[in-house]
Design a protein around this ligand. Sequence first.
Ligand code: ZN
Ligand code: ZN
Length: 356
Amino acid sequence: MSIEKTMKAVRLNAPNDLEYIDLPTPEAGEFEVLVRVESVSICGTDAHIVTGDFPGMWPQEFPLILGHEWAGEIVGMGEKCDDVGWKLGDRVCGIANCGCGYCRNCLEGRFTICLNYGNQKIHRMYGHITDGAYAQYMVASVKTIAKIPDEMSYDVASCMDPLSIALHVVEHSRIEVGDSVFISGAGAQGLMSIICAKTMGAGQIICADTGNRLEAAEKLGATPIDFMKEKVVDRVKELTEGLGAKRAIECTGAPAGVQNCCNVIARGGSISIIGLPKEDVAIPIKQLVLDDVEIVGNRANPNTLIKSISMAMQHEQEIKDLITHVFPLKDYAKAMDIFANQKDGSLKVVMKPQMV
Ligand SMILES: [Zn+2]
Ligand SMILES: [Zn+2]
């Protein structure tokens, strides 16, 4: 199949200036594939990049094509891709971070904290620094893609990037079979963390949020706490015989969410954080020290993509249920409005670049 020289894409020209535009189809370098993007899911980070919340960082410069939660088919390959086992026609999904592959952190497998982060000569971060998947075609390094099973839909596969982040966050909490888990926030990361915690053998899972997101958490098997109506810390203590939760997963980025985690955590427990607060948050360090509590940060999804794909095959319906809206890419403005403003019970909103 021949590939057209131009493609439709949604390009961010400046903060709050997205444009549906014809652009040249990109070309793959030697270890890169050209992908026909079938599904791209909107991430909370995308909405923040659009409004200009990370000046000079994401993007480093304008214009930029956003989108890092994607799935599609390999339709072109650089000359070395064949050597490392890729074929035209492979169905794949991808992640955002592409480490340099040579620095000490990359060599230890910790490529999301690559020491050459942001140096575009040797490092990529799709949809943040490097052009991403809000387009009919994108180029991706073979380091950032994984094959998806024939039975997995592209829409579900586009959720493997956020699912693999949730998996890293939950694994990083050192969860063990039977542990009680408190999940702060039931957006996509919180809900996916519930799925991961269940898979890893969690005992009681308790989730705090409100509205339709909290209902979704309950549907996934979590005990719900409505923070608008209940005192979160008191309620978690009540549900855990006064001990608190052994693991806490912070997915809100709100100061109250972080503080709740610190106050519900059991002695000897751990808090694993993915929510990104805008400002520093005051936390009860003395209490955390005396209670031997471990706190870990999490940068994206180091080496959890393939694991999350196999996990998703066991929870496919649960992930499908998180996808509340699907739009053609050209309806990006409506899609982003529904997503960013949490309209119409939206959770994951998927755009289809090939749908015209
Ligand atoms: Zn994302
Ligand atoms: Zn590196």
